[in-house]
Every structure is written in C-alpha cells, then in structure tokens.
Write a protein that binds this ligand. Sequence first.
Ligand SMILES: Cc1cc2nc3c(=O)[nH]c(=O)nc-3n(C[C@H](O)[C@H](O)[C@H](O)COP(=O)(O)OP(=O)(O)OC[C@H]3O[C@@H](n4cnc5c(N)ncnc54)[C@H](O)[C@@H]3O)c2cc1C
Length: 308
Amino acid sequence: MREKFEKELKECLREGQLRFGEPMKLHTTFRIGGAADYFAIPFSEEELSEGIGVCREYGIPYYTIGNGSNLLVSDKGFRGVIFCLGNGMDRIGIEDEKDNHGILKAGAGASLARTASQAAAYGLAGLEFAGGIPGTVGGAVMMNAGAYGSEIKDKILWARILWEDGKISRLSKEELRLSYRKSILSEKPGIVLEAAFWLEKGKKEEILEIMNRLNQSRREKQPLNYPSAGSTFKRPEGYFAGKLIMDAGLRGFRIGDAMVSEKHCGFVINAGEATAAQVKELMEEVDRIVFEKFGVHLVPEVRFVGEW
Ligand SMILES: Cc1cc2nc3c(=O)[nH]c(=O)nc-3n(C[C@H](O)[C@H](O)[C@H](O)COP(=O)(O)OP(=O)(O)OC[C@H]3O[C@@H](n4cnc5c(N)ncnc54)[C@H](O)[C@@H]3O)c2cc1C
C-alpha cells in the first residue's frame, strides 16, 4: 500500500518535488526538527489539492507549513506528509479599487516581507507591520500574525480555504474569526490558498520609511543572529511574556543549547545544536518558574509538530 501511495502522491507533484526522510531542521527558522517521512512542495492549488486527496484516500496524516517560522518540530520528526507552500503558490497581484483604497491579493506561499514590499511599491499602506515577520501569507492568516499594534485581522478582506474534504470556500474577515494568534483554522483544519487585503493609498516614501524604521527596531531588540521561532510564548493578558521571564531571573537560562535570549527574554534561541526536546523542556521550566513567582502561566505561541 505504501508503494501505491507514494506513486500516487508523486504523480500529483512536479518532478523532484517529493522528498523522502527530509530533515525538518532545513525548513524551520529554529533549525531544529527530525525527518518528515514525506516532504512535498506543490506548485499550484491543484497539485496541493490532489496531494491532499491522496493522503485522505490512504489515511496518511499531513501537515501544512509555510516558512516554518513558528514551529517546533519534534526530534523524531513527522510521520506523514509535510506540504510546504512557497514557490509557485506565491503570486501577488494588486487591483486598483475605489475610495482611495486598493486590493492586494497574495498566494499563501508568498512571503510576508515581499507582500509588504509590493504593497509599498504600489503606494498601498497598512502592511508595514508585516514587513519584518519572516513568515508566509498562509501562516500569517492562520496565526493572525501581528506586530507594532497591528495584525492581519485589521487589513484582511477574505481568504480562500481548502478544507479537509477537498472543498474550497472563500471566508470573509468575520468568518475567519481572527483573534490574538488564532483563527477559525485553529479549530477547524483547513489550508489557506490565497488572501486579499484592503489597503489605503499612501505615499510610497512614507510607507517605506515606516517599514525601515520597524525593521531597524527589530534588529535592535530581537536576537536575529540566532535561529528561533520568534516570540516563544503568547502575551498573557495584562503582562509581557519577555518581561515576566526576565523578572524571574531567567535571562540566559539554558538547557543544552536551548536558551532564553539575553537580548530579548521573550525569545528562546537555538544557541548551537539545540534539540526539540531541550527547547520543550526549557519552555516547561520557564513556565513553571514564572508561575511560581508571579502566578501567571505562559502559553506557547510556537506550534508543536510531530511525535513527542
Ligand atoms: C525572528 C522572528 C520574528 C517573528 N516576529 C513575529 C511577529 O512580530 N509577529 C508574529 O505574529 N509572528 C512573528 N514570528 C512568528 C512567525 O513568523 C509568524 O507566526 C508567521 O506568521 C508564521 O508563518 P509561516 O509561514 O512561517 O508559518 P509556519 O511556521 O510554517 O506555520 C505556522 C502555523 O501556520 C500553519 N500554516 C502555515 N501555512 C499555512 C497555510 N497556507 N494554511 C493554513 N495553515 C498554515 C502551520 O500549519 C502552523 O500551524 C516571528 C518569527 C521569527 C523567527
């Protein structure tokens, strides 16, 4: 049965776009993660949809990733297929609209940085906050990514979703149920294929200036020279995770090569050859100590993938 499954999955994809035993550390910004049984790179919605159909038919688990910038993949890897959306599913288009606004449509695999830059190039404001988030449009919609007081929710018009049963529907902003690092997809599995954003016309130079300033602020405050998955924990209501961790005396706290960043305590970094198990243990310890000191639990923002 495995052979038949592999043959059919391969047939859905272009030559060389199905890999076997692919180390996930090559596909996560943490540079951590064991092998995925299968790693598939669909170049179109049809290839993705057909690939998922084959998984469904054979009962093989699958998981979708974008740039892997919010993931902690287990050292044991993933038993099933990882669909990685990027090239081929990354088209960006701008439509001139009315009322001093334009619509930007982006494929799920488009990088946020490129999407924000394209918006700027067309003099469309509103995505400046996203220019330094190292994810894809699909991952950002799923996570309702945000920074500097703005989030995807503020600018999105709709997203097209491929559901587990193979049906595709277009969900409005309200139907996407976006809230802090959450969307409808946190409860009901589905894959973002494309999203549209409603952006205000502005001055290109001013938009670029804001983007540059925000990116500069990131470089100053975040440990961008180390692999990480960004903010490791969600912001607990009324607190900042990084401050709680710092006040708990955990700056630089490490287990193996998993370490609380000295530059920004909200980031757990991979200081060398950290394993997923070390990161997970460190996160649990940090949560335990912070709870002991301040009575606040830290909930992971990073998504755990694979066998634990
Ligand atoms: C240095 C650094 C800084 C960061 N700064 C920020 C920040 O300021 N704000 C912020 O919100 N995040 C930040 N992040 C986290 C991360 O970049 C975002 O969460 C981003 O939106 C994840 O996108 P991705 O494509 O990398 O998703 P992945 O990490 O690949 O996946 C994340 C989740 O989204 C799902 N997913 C991915 N693609 C799709 C799709 N097409 N359809 C449905 N589900 C999908 C995955 O299954 C997974 O559950 C940062 C990360 C790093 C490393």
